[in-house]
Ligand binder design. Sequence first.
Ligand code: G6P
Ligand code: MG
Length: 221
Amino acid sequence: MNDKGIIFDLDGVIVDTAKYHYLAWKKIADALGFEFTKAHNELLKGVSRTRSLEILLDIGKITLSDNEKQKKLISKNKDYLGYIEKMGADEILPGVLTVLDFLDENNIHYVLGSASKNAELILKQINLHHRFFGIVDGNAVSKAKPDPEVFLIGAHKLHLPPENCIVFEDAIAGVEAAKIANMTAIGIGDKETLSEADFVFNDFTEISEAFLYELLDSTKY
Ligand code: G6P
Ligand code: MG
């Protein structure tokens, strides 16, 4: 089973940072004078920071100059980092550490495949950075999910062909990217939302050792 490797998304898979993104984007929307709801926030999951601002401005039907957009992006990230700097290992989502321990015990390498430019900082905050075999983050990619670039670079870091890689994702765009890359996609979240995934679990506590053994032993599903 050592011919398999894992690629983890970060936000919504290892930690729930969506709540912090929400608060930071809401502050921007409040300042611009329109309502930004939690349902709106769903549209930003897995989406790059720049694209998130475009979506936010569409929601508020607001047009800004490039210069103003840059200022909003800087201000949003500053606010977001205020939350991230307070994060600790207690924010790792339930069941994640059990799965990582299992992978370590079985010598299965895992890398990160995230759209976030803050991914390294977040991994350090939650004390997981040193455990990853490699990191592919928003600074390393030029094309956003559902483009498979982030996961293909991940496969390269794992020294494995894409079909031997298994991706954990919470976003529709991420599951799509994994499938386009010809990888096995495991959705973390709602079954109906992530219907394109090969398997879906509500969270990592639902993933049994038996499932992991089967997943890592078999060739592509
Ligand atoms: C992840 C999150 C998105 C976020 C993106 C960029 O994919 O799911 O909501 O917009 O990363 O994050 P960043 O930390 O670079 O602003
Ligand atoms: Mg995610």
